[in-house]
Design a binder for this molecule. Structure first.
Ligand code: PXP
Length: 251
């Protein structure tokens, strides 16, 4: 059997900025964390510039663009303001996510079906500027088909429900969600889309996802930044890398 290809690890550094902004200080610096993540073997860095600037700030994006050696995945809502910023920086990838001011984190996937025309037009200039366009969606046939129709390069499947069910010990429901993610990864791949996944992943729930053969990238942030407090960020990232590689070697 052919061994599975390497799964890329994108490290999301948003929550280093959350801690910094809690005190309005200059530290901890998300760029320093990004550089450390590179040294630990991250294949890319993800940063989400939210409308309310609750963590990553505009100047962080500028510094990341100027100083990173690995690709930047710029997460953003489908707004004119964010489109302008993305077109200014032309990051390697843009990931379009839904955004609500009152949410604590990105709670669900983007509704693509109901705004197909709008999103199709919205991503056109981003594609033309040379960014890989990704869209963060629920594992759902109709959303994936719509994502494919509008011409994105990548779909990122939302693993939040799977991770929550795992953390709550509701394993039967967790397994149903896992199957749905597996099926949708395979379906998206069959349509020619590159498949990524992320949200809520931890050491204890990453491996069944990492073993999906069609998957090319995982984006992981909150858990790694938290774990970094206890064991150091590099060590936290290296352990995630090891678990991902182990899962792929075993399947
Ligand atoms: N992927 C996307 C599209 C996200 O919005 C987030 C959270 O910002 C992540 C991955 C990473 O999720 P977490 O921080 O829970 O690992």
């Amino acid at each position: 059997m052919k061994p599975l290809g390497k799964l890329r690890l994108g490290v999301n550094i948003d929550h280093v900025a959350t801690v910094r902004n809690a005190r309005g200080s200059q530290y901890p610096d998300p760029l320093r964390a990004a550089k450390m993540a590179e040294e630990a073997g991250a294949d890319g860095i993800t940063a989400h510039l939210r409308e309310d600037r609750r963590h990553i700030l505009d100047q962080d994006i500028q510094r990341l663009v100027d100083q990173l050696s690995v690709p930047l995945n710029f997460e953003m809502a489908a707004t004119e303001e964010m489109q302008k910023i993305a077109l200014l920086h032309k990051p390697h990838a843009v990931c379009i996510v839904p955004e609500k001011r009152e949410e604590r984190t990105t709670e669900g996937g983007l509704e693509v079906v109901k705004q197909e025309d709008h999103l199709g037009h919205f991503i056109e200039p981003l594609r033309e500027a040379g960014s890989r366009v990704s869209i963060f969606i629920e594992p759902d046939y109709k959303q994936i088909e719509a994502a494919s129709r509008i011409g994105v390069h990548i779909v990122e499947l939302h693993t939040g429900t799977y991770c929550d069910l795992h953390a709550e010990g509701r394993f039967s429901k967790r397994n149903t969600e896992l199957e749905s993610l597996r099926e949708m990864a395979s379906f998206a791949h069959s349509l020619g889309l590159e498949v990524h996944a992320g949200h809520g992943l931890t050491y204890s729930c990453v491996q069944p996802i990492a073993a999906f053969p069609e998957l090319r990238e995982l984006n992981i942030g909150h858990f790694l930044i938290g774990e970094g407090v206890f064991r150091g960020l590099k060590s936290a990232i290296k352990e995630m890398r090891r678990l991902m590689d182990e899962a792929r070697a075993a399947s």
